[in-house]
Write a protein that binds this ligand. Sequence first.
Ligand code: PMP
Length: 355
Amino acid sequence: MKHNFGAGPCILPQEVFQEAAKAVLDFNNTGLSILEISHRSKEFEEVVAETESLVRELLNVPENYSVLFLQGGASQQFAMIPMNLLPEGGKAAYLDTGVWASKAAKEAKNFGQIDIVASSKESNYTYVPKGFDIPLDATYFHYTSNNTIYGTEIFEKPQTTVPTIVDMSSDILSREINVAEFDLIYAGAQKNMGPAGVTLVIVKNDLLGKSGRSIPTIFNYQEHIKAGSMYNTPPVYSIFVSMLNLRWLKAKGGIKAIEQENIIKARTLYDEIERNTFFKGTAAVEDRSRMNITFVMDTPELEAEFLTLAKERNLIGIKGHRSVGGFRASVYNALGITSINALVDAMREFEESHK
Ligand code: PMP
């Protein structure tokens, strides 16, 4: 058995892979592959409807929010958000907690004045800035709830009365959230929702249509809402596999249940990082992510040695991002505690053999 700690695309449940594989050959006993059916067919309309309804149910999405399945990844949202929301000459506030947060701000600069309210760049984003002010005349405030590369996570929405937009690409569906606190939530699917190719957007309807800008149709949220995520051919298979994965999550007891597992998984690994003198966490303790756990060793030689051992123990995808180095264990919903234990065992084995 391989233990896939990859940061995304990443592990999905085995039963989801099996169902997904079956549907490639015969979708719902139609005698047709999911890959060849029309996106306008009744069968696929039912898939989109069920996927939306599972998102609404699992995240408890209020009625006055739309749920969209779009393409272009979270990166397209970096541009779509200011394009839809910022009036000419308008201003938005961004919190800089990593490369993705800073890319989001960079794209927004094409559309207006961007205030960086705080940044932890000077420490290579090892912590989340606190106690910053968000200007009240900003059209919106944007932040990234989980910093996939650096292993930091923001569990509480920063206090502000300004409409708040959050990139939840790497922690959506991993913990309970109150959607009503946010005005727009977006996430590339390829961590906890499904395969790459689809992006989830949850947007409060009355946030839209106020910028006075002329927005190209394909980038206009209101057009996608009107068309029920079917303005153009949607990513049929990615939506279908997301639906299977959301069914799996619901059957497991939903987000409340998976959050408890995620807490235990993260604690198990952080405890070992603290106990084992060969390893050191890189993120500030109070900002530690439950999804991406980053740690290093004292020398590149030790790290290379541990990586070899990890490979031998079937621990895949634990090499850290180049901008942090060391290791990153991504422990998304579908990665079971067995895999965490396998990593902890390898860390102990390494310690034993170097005494
Ligand atoms: N935001 C976050 C937090 C991410 O982790 C990523 C990708 N790993 C992105 C944005 C970019 O997403 P995409 O590749 O879907 O554009």
